[in-house]
Design a protein around this ligand. Sequence first.
Ligand code: GCW
Length: 844
Amino acid sequence: MTEPVRQSRHGSFVHLRLAVFVLVALAMLPAVSLPQTAAQAWPTYRATGKPLRVPTRVDTLGQSLLEQTAAIELRRGLLALSGGAPLETGPNNMLLGTVEEMHTDHPKTAVQSLEPDEFLITARRGDLTREIDIIGGSDRGVLYGAYAFLRDLSQGADMSNASLHERPAMPIRWVDEWDNLDGSIERGYAGRSIFFDNGHVRDDLGPVAEYARLLASVGINGCNLNNVNNASDFFTPEMLRGIARIAEVMRPYGVRVGLSADIASPQKIGGLNTFDPLDPGVQKWWAAKVNDIYGFIPDFAGFTVKADSEGQPGPASFGRTPADAANTLAAALALHHGVVLYRAFVYNHHLDWHDPKADRARAAYDIFHPLDGKFAPNVIIQTKEGPIDFQAREPVSPLFGGIPQTNQAMELQITQEYMGQQRHLVYLAPMWKEVLDFDMRVGGASTPVKQVISGQAFHRPLGGMVGVACVGREAWLGSPLALANLYAFGRLAWNPNLTPEQIAAEWTRQTISNDSSVVRIITAMLMQSWPAYESYTGPLGLQTLTDITGSHYGPNVEASERNGWGQWHKADQQGVGFDRTVATGSGYVGQYQPEVAKIYENVATTPDNMLLFFHHVPYTYKLHDGKTVIQYLYDSHYQGAAQAAQFVGEWERLKGRVDPALYADVLPRLIYQAGHAVVWRDAVTQYFLKLGGIPDETGRAGHYPRRLEAEDARLTGYKIVDVNPWEDASGGKAVSCDEATCSAEWTYKGAAGRFNLAVQYFDLQGGVAKFALSINGQSPGPDGSWPADDHLPTPHPHGDNSTRHLAYNVALKPGDTIRVEGAPDGKDRASLDYVETLPATPAP
Ligand code: GCW
């Protein structure tokens, strides 16, 4: 037996062999039997097919939990990347340890001091041996170093001479989950909770461990487990015991758990007759509750608070401020080194829409700016990136420049609430990056947001990024490409100087393929996806023109108007946009630092992409390139929808070059998105055409010459119905069936040729209606009949559920009878909007 030349104090071959055996056995399990795992996201560690050129024996200097995780992860990664070749047994090795352990074990080796999460990776070559050291400022740094090493290695990098030195830009790198006790998830689009079910913590926490692994691999160090709405039930002893189990499975990955705290808990569950944060009894209650929590979870991270917001109770009921409430919780947590993330998402949702000065965008700054300097040192104000609510585009919240004596974190949404709910491909890193790089110009000096939240700009000890993830049991985010957003969030929180392209390419290489042309295609798709979505939902700073009082998904241009929620775009017959200037509007612009305010105050210097957020202008107002606002609205919606259609073609180029299951999973999603982008395009353009009365100079908006409207068909059984909002149906009308079957028939009058026939129908809840298409009584082929079996929001015909079915390459000649038959099921009344002839393409 060859003795290892260097073996760590605690290294043991017996254990190593056992670990290798277990890992090989694990790697041989059939994929189908695996539950939801991290390997379904990016840590797939597929064999690169190349020699690894790094030692595969892994030794640790210490015994701590995180260092052992680092070693397990490295062995597992190395084994998988080498295609299952057994790990080496010596003499070369990878050596893992903290700076302190290095000093003790190798006093002659000079090691610089490192911050706890920082790591240093160096390669060393002796006469006969090779060694790669992964040294962390703490065992957490070791873990991050191991993941960084694997990240590069799995992308095919030559790590034989590795030299990496990194530390995270900001201390708080958390994800928030909005999970409810019953297992549902607010704004979650990936099935049910991995944490909770039916009022309890789940028995099987396997997916939670896998999630922690995913999070740790990109440096995320905290997870706030439950919804910020209605949080008090999580504080019962039974729940805390369960939360302690969750903490236990996340702990080996350095992910600490936090909980949302309902400010009214002392009253709701504590039996007190008040929850006034300045009441001594209330303060005592919180101190006791927090002690209780730490009894269960000694490394509990802290609380997230939503108060005085959207119906949640808060300190305002007692004339107290957010600082009073935050500091009461902070005092209880401080003893245990816990923190309070107090959300700046505090606003009145009963605003008076008649009042030109009323402006929801002002709320966070109006409330929190006067409190600057009044928060305890372990309070962090958590502010959404824009002043409204995760819209397709918003300016950066002025609060980032407005509370320099307060710790700040930026809240981003990974779950795509207003961004297509994971049904649309929208890679958010480019948007986040714009926000992170935005220069607030505090005191006239360079103050990019990333330096505010890292603590650097104002020398704050705490700060960071919080991503609302809302993962669920269905493939984490419900859609494979959406995982790029979770990955990107972690990477940007670690290093906000990375570019979105770099991150997209990294993610693709680890998740899908190292083939450079595949990486190029997917990176390009990801990079184009947010601009496309913005173009067909809400360009020029209009925000997402969605159903803001309902699903937040499909188009509903008027939903944001004439109600108290304050997401107004103020479109009228003459013009559109919200005057937020100091001179004539709500004064919101005045919340920015003077240099920034000067740009937004003046309509001429406001960037076009934010024009209507800051100014109300006539439809004929000319943008910087001379195009009118109304023509831009038309053009942008058509361009965005065309771009969405191109994603399908781009993906088709990957056939045979990516995992067939992934290919087959993503393709129908992109086809759906292309169809839904047309719904968006038509809704918004029809709406503004009718309201402003100014035609599209290219004649597209409101004119659909290749469409056969259901309301114009020869109908059997079908009845004509109004769709609400009207713009969500072509011509404002659809047909709906109250019989066993109904049909709509048209005589084709266009030119002879081959076409893709698009059948636009409403896939309604509460049943699976069936549709059949025929030409002269013949089905055009396998795509001639289909079930309406998707699960889309809104029970009545609406842009949320308007769906396109394509029958490919169908021959038509003048005089042919086109017929659609609908068979309702339950509440799904087989509602139909139109049939359209599109240029023919082969079936995908
Ligand atoms: O965007 C809105 C969401 C709510 C959410 C709220 C918030 C948790 O529609 O579902 O509530 O923001 O951020 O508190």
